[in-house]
Structure formats: structure tokens, C-alpha cells
Ligand binder design. Structure first.
Ligand SMILES: C[S@@+](CC[C@H](N)C(=O)[O-])C[C@H]1O[C@@H](n2cnc3c(N)ncnc32)[C@H](O)[C@@H]1O
Length: 220
């Protein structure tokens, strides 16, 4: 890539980051930026660090009117709670975030408090746990993941999700941003791809996270 174009892209990306920090400061929230798990003493095999989803990602996969009052939203690897804030604007019965780092969860708690007035869902729960120690609730119907973990960890979580749906028959919609483990989902033979969208990106390195997919999982 020509040097001028590369420099322009870098400038645009840093202007965008600065813009989003200013925008968030004005709203009294903090969901921007990238946090490596090493900075939180939480690094580990197959775990990915923090970066918030785009503000429009959830809306693109889940339109208003597609959530019923008995639906329950679960974000696995909820970080600073950006997606929880957005999900709480839908009429979910409950919104649950599961996050490895208590430091990120403390930030999420403050963010949710700052956005309280815009909530339609009254019950928002933040759980600090490794997803491997967490039991998926049998009423969860919309599960969100922004590439939080890989490999065997991902596989265990998906097996727990399938077991939950077979135990208490229902349809679960799985929204998966930067779906690096798409092949593992496909290999289960249980997830039907229902929607997908590309995302605008400024840098080639962002290409991988530029997909978001919605799958349906039904009981057997
Ligand atoms: C890319 S961030 C996504 C944050 C949020 N879901 C969003 O979309 O804005 C992934 C998050 O998963 C968390 N995570 C990674 N491994 C985890 C694990 N084993 N259990 C729970 N959370 C984990 C990280 O700490 C990080 O906050």
C-alpha cells in the first residue's frame, strides 16, 4: 500500500478513536479503547482482550420489534458493557453480562448507571466469572459474543448452550461478531445462519472483525 495512503488511514483511525473518547466523555461513559488482558492480570490460553462492539452492530442484527418481553439477553465476555447498555434499550425480561475481569465489570456497572434513563429492561445483571465456570440459564434466548474466546473454550460454551436448549426447548438466536470460530459452530450441525452483514472498516487489520452473523439454534 502506498505510504501516503497508509499514513492517511492511520490518521483517520486515531481521529476516530479520539472522537469516540470525546463523545463518550460528553455522555459520562467509558466503553472505548482496547484493553489487553495482560493489563488486567487476566491473560490466559484462548482468551481474547477487550474492545467494544460498534454502536450499530446489535441494531443491525436485532431489529426493534424482534424482541418479546420474555426474551433474555446474554453477552458472554461483556467487557465494559457497551452491548449491555444497547440491549437494555430493548424490552428484554433480563439482560445478563458475564465477564472475566472485575475491573472491566466495575466500569460496566458505572456505564449502565449513566445510561439508566434510556433503559426499557429493568433487570440487568453483571456476573464476574470465567465463562467456563458459568452455567447458561435455561431462559436465555439471545446470546451475544464478540470473539471473546477461542478453541476448546468456545467449544465447551457452545456445547453448554446446545445442552441448555435441548433441556428446555426454545429457539436461541446467537449473534457473533468477528466469528473466528464459525467452522466449529458449523461442525455441530445445529446452528443455521440467518443473517450476516459486513462492516465499514478503515484498516485492513480490521477486516476480520468486519463480519457479524446471526445464527438460530433450535431444540432437537
Ligand atoms: C472483544 S471483548 C467484547 C466486549 C463486549 N461484548 C462488546 O461487544 O462490546 C471480549 C471480552 O471477553 C472477555 N473474556 C475473554 N475470555 C473470557 C472468559 N474465559 N470468560 C469470560 N469473559 C472472557 C474479555 O475480558 C473481554 O472483555
Amino acid at each position: 500500500m502506498p505510504r501516503l495512503l497508509r499514513a492517511l488511514r492511520t490518521r483517520l483511525a486515531s481521529a476516530r478513536r479520539a472522537g469516540s473518547r470525546l463523545f463518550e466523555r460528553a455522555l459520562g461513559i467509558d466503553t472505548a479503547g482496547i484493553v489487553e488482558l495482560a493489563q488486567l492480570d487476566a491473560e490466559g490460553f484462548e482468551r481474547e482482550g477487550y474492545e467494544g462492539s460498534g454502536w450499530l452492530d446489535l441494531r443491525r442484527m436485532l431489529r426493534p420489534g424482534e424482541v418479546k418481553p420474555d426474551d433474555v439477553f446474554l453477552d458472554l465476555g461483556s467487557g465494559k458493557g457497551r452491548v449491555l447498555m444497547l440491549a437494555a434499550r430493548y424490552p428484554f425480561a433480563r439482560v445478563i453480562g458475564v465477564e472475566l475481569s472485575e475491573r472491566l465489570n466495575a466500569i460496566a456497572r458505572r456505564n449502565l448507571e449513566a445510561g439508566r434513563r434510556r433503559r426499557r429492561c429493568k433487570q440487568v445483571e453483571l456476573i464476574t466469572s470465567d465463562v467456563l465456570d458459568y452455567e447458561i440459564p435455561d431462559d436465555a434466548t439471545v446470546v451475544y459474543m464478540y470473539n471473546p474466546f477461542r478453541g476448546a473454550t468456545f467449544q465447551v460454551v457452545i456445547a453448554k448452550l446446545i445442552a441448555s436448549v435441548d433441556r428446555r426447548p426454545r429457539t436461541v438466536r446467537l449473534i457473533y461478531l468477528n466469528p473466528k470460530e464459525h467452522d466449529r459452530l458449523k461442525a455441530t450441525g445445529r446452528f443455521r445462519l440467518e443473517r450476516k452483514a459486513g462492516r465499514l472498516r478503515l484498516r485492513r487489520s480490521e477486516a476480520a472483525r468486519s463480519y457479524i452473523r446471526l445464527y438460530a439454534l433450535e431444540a432437537r
